[in-house]
Design a protein around this ligand. Structure first.
Ligand code: NAD
Length: 527
């Protein structure tokens, strides 16, 4: 099958660099708006045939792409590590393994997850009616993704959109274009028909062009500020959007938690991916009676972490992905320290390093007047505050414009669940942190300014289809009782509908039968 050429760029290029070393890794085109529009046009043409393929055929193709990925696991992990600065091990555990799982899950399950669903219509069923819902592909999905998980975030949505019968135009982050192009290469080699998946590399202007190019839905993952711009631009065309935005995710450690385990969870949750996860632990609240022990464990654990370039097999924490993000982290830490916070370890960029390395940092004496507790830091910083009561912990956790994930740590599962259900977030975990993005079956997404819509799970798949309701009246030879003509007899029946049919009770509805018969008889006389 012929494969489409990469999009044209009038010669302008993105330069991809390893943030740990500054070394150039390669270049990608800066795709111009008119080429983005042409890509969407090509995708639309290709989609109509793709949508006619069966779930089985689409699933086979995804499984073929999956085998190609598996056979090149090491090369892809290295590319991800080099473009982002994360350890190769983390590229495998946090990006490749979860996506390979998601690919097999949706390749096998999309058909049943999207099979027609009957809808109970209550008493209307007694009148010979039935309803069901079917799911049609939307058409062309525009996917715009960030740099922190440049493989998993876009690829998960690409796979789900393709399996649902859509074509896709993907705009990867300007910091990680080579990983984005690798996704296309894998699907091309698996035999995806030309045009069904296109990758337009570029910066924000390319993303904005995609939003304005007449796609049928935008799945955007990125910052709140850009998410708002995307929503505003999409509103002009009434293009629906899924917004997966930032977070300021709280971790609550109750007095009965296993302190050692909670401390290890906090350190992984805050520093994995150099703290650049949308669901990183961005603030921690610990019960005052266990705070001293917990903080000591966290600090000791943090000091044991090895920070190095991603190819070092013993590296726990790599470099950050961009100097710009590192400066945001430094600004938050400096502001907190100016306002009275104390860094128990870390607090600065790694001295004498050419790369974007920031030391894993633990802060105490922090409060909600500081940016470090309010704005997304998106770096390796763990600020810790204490609380006295469960109510106070919930109040502090919910005191945020964000609501992506949160976690509660306790040895009493009932208490943990009760608290979890009071927290305003899209995902709340008990004795766990961060990792549920890796579970293909569970929904992912935020509340409040962390966005709306879902990726993953059946809820995520439903975002990528158009649900159509089909309603059938088996009794094709009789007019409905509520059609014209209106008469006093009809009025009496309608009042009965209001009192009895609308009660939802079969017994009450049955009491309407004599009135219904009178209306039928009247109808026959009027005819
Ligand atoms: P960003 O908002 O700067 O950029 C995201 C993407 O949007 C990039 O591809 C960028 O080129 C593009 N873009 C920029 N301006 C645009 C415009 N006007 N129109 C359309 N597209 C435009 O975010 P980032 O710095 O790349 O990523 C970090 C952010 O992503 C963090 O806030 C993080 O929390 C968030 N994130 C959220 C999730 C989630 O699932 N909720 C997952 C990963 C990252």
């Amino acid at each position: 099958m012929a494969q489409s050429m990469p999009a044209k760029s009038h010669g302008a290029e993105l330069v991809s660099r390893n943030p740990a070393t500054g070394e150039e890794l390669g270049r990608a085109p800066l795709t111009m708006p008119e080429e983005v529009a042409r890509s969407v046009g090509r995708a639309r043409e290709a989609q109509s045939e793709w949508s006619r393929s069966s779930f089985r055929e689409r699933g086979r193709l995804v499984m073929k792409a999956r085998r190609i990925i598996l056979s090149e696991l090491e090369e892809i992990a290295l590319l991800i590590s080099q473009e982002t600065g994360k350890p190769v091990a983390e590229a495998i555990s946090m990006e490749l393994a979860p996506t390979l799982d998601l690919m097999q899950y949706f390749a096998r399950k999309s058909a049943s997850l999207l099979s027609p669903r009957g809808i109970s219509v209550g008493q209307y069923a007694l009148m010979g009616r039935f309803s069901y819902e079917i799911y049609k592909p939307l058409g062309v999905i525009g996917i715009i993704s960030p740099w922190n998980f440049p493989w998993a975030t876009p690829l998960d949505s690409v796979v789900m959109a393709l399996l649902a019968g859509n074509a896709v135009v993907l705009k990867p982050s300007e910091l990680t274009p080579l990983t984005g192009l690798k996704i296309k290469e894998v699907f091309d080699r698996a035999g995806l028909p030309d045009g069904v998946l296109q990758v337009v590399t570029g910066d924000g202007s390319t993303g904005a062009a995609l939003v304005g190019a007449g796609v049928d839905k935008i799945v955007f993952t990125g910052s709140v500020a850009t998410g708002k711009r995307v929503a505003e631009a999409a509103a002009k065309y009434l293009t629906p959007v899924v917004l997966e935005l930032g977070g300021k995710d709280p971790m609550i450690v109750l007095d009965d938690a296993n302190i050692r385990n909670a401390a290890r969870g906090a350190v992984w949750g805050a520093f994995a991916n150099a703290g650049q996860c949308c669901a990183s632990v961005e603030r921690c609240y610990v019960h005052e009676t266990v705070a001293e022990r917990f903080i000591a464990e966290v600090v000791a654990e943090t000091k044991r972490l090895r920070q190095s370039i991603g190819t070092d097999q013993t590296a726990d924490v790599g470099s950050m992905t961009s100097e710009r993000q590192l400066l945001t982290v430094q600004k938050h830490v400096d502001e907190a320290i100016d306002k009275g916070a104390t860094a128990l370890t870390g607090g600065d960029r790694v001295p004498d390093s050419a790369g974007a390395f920031f030391e894993p940092t633990v802060l105490v004496n922090v409060n909600h007047d500081m940016d470090i507790m309010r704005d997304e830091t998106f770096g390796p910083v763990l600020p810790i505050m204490t609380f006295k009561t469960d109510d106070e912990a919930v109040r502090l956790a919910n005191d945020s414009i964000y609501g992506l994930t949160a976690s509660v740590w306790t040895s009493n599962i009932g208490r943990g669940r009760r608290l979890a259900e009071r927290i305003e977030a899209g995902t709340i975990t008990v004795n766990e942190v961060l990792y549920t993005h890796a579970i293909a079956q569970t929904p992912w997404g935020g509340v409040k300014q962390s966005g709306f819509g879902r990726t993953h799970g059946r809820a995520g798949l439903l975002e990528l289809v158009s649900a159509r309701h089909v309603h059938v009246n088996r009794i094709s030879f009789m007019p409905d009782l509520w059609w014209f003509n209106y008469t006093p007899e009809a009025g009496r029946l309608f009042r009965g509908f209001a009192r009895r049919l609308a009660s939802g009770s079969l017994f009450q509805t049955a009491l309407l039968l004599p009135q219904m018969i009178r209306r039928w008889q009247e109808r026959s006389r009027l005819r």
